[in-house]
Design a protein around this ligand. Structure first.
Ligand code: 5GP
Ligand code: ZN
Length: 140
């Protein structure tokens, strides 16, 4: 996609601090890191959503994430990492080329878990759990 920033990075038209590359995947440092070592792992195929990637590319993407998370942690002396994907505009995805964030985490960094985000968490009764379980499993 000509007007996609990440496609331009893949094509070398925009420079990036690349840390890993294979046939299907590129990983580079986020230009605006949430922590030192914050890395973006992207498929070379342009799709906005994880669900739209061909299965083999999705496999390659998440295989690379599994490889990169310990590499990123070790490189910056992190104790852990948060791995996440903003998957669609309503989730806050700003670059419409699917990407996985690997953000180094440190004991006492005070950020908290994904559950610490300001979710409007619903209180579900058993019937509502049953309904949503069925609705998802019917489509999975
Ligand atoms: P999103 O909100 O779409 O999940 O995250 C997009 C991420 O891409 C942001 O963390 C932002 O800092 C990063 N980003 C945006 N443009 C560039 C760029 O040109 N180069 C690099 N390395 N990162 C970028
Ligand atoms: Zn793209």
């Amino acid at each position: 996609m000509a007007d996609c920033i990440f496609c331009q990075i893949i094509d070398g038209e925009i420079p990036s601090r690349t840390v890993y590359e294979d046939e299907d995947v590129l990983a580079f440092l986020d230009v605006n890191p949430l922590a030192r070592g914050h890395t973006l792992v992207i498929p070379k195929a342009h799709e906005a959503a994880a669900a739209d990637l061909p299965g083999d590319v999705r496999d390659a993407l998440f295989t690379a994430v599994g490889r990169l998370a310990p590499a990123v942690e070790a490189a910056v002396g992190a104790d852990a990492s948060t791995i996440g994907m903003n998957n669609g505009p309503a989730s806050g995805q700003e670059v419409p080329h699917g990407h996985v964030h690997v953000v180094p985490r440190f004991e006492g960094d005070g950020v908290g878990p994904l559950h610490a985000l300001d979710w409007p968490a619903p209180e579900l009764d058993d019937d509502e759990f049953d309904d949503v379980q069925a609705a998802i499993s019917d489509r999975a």
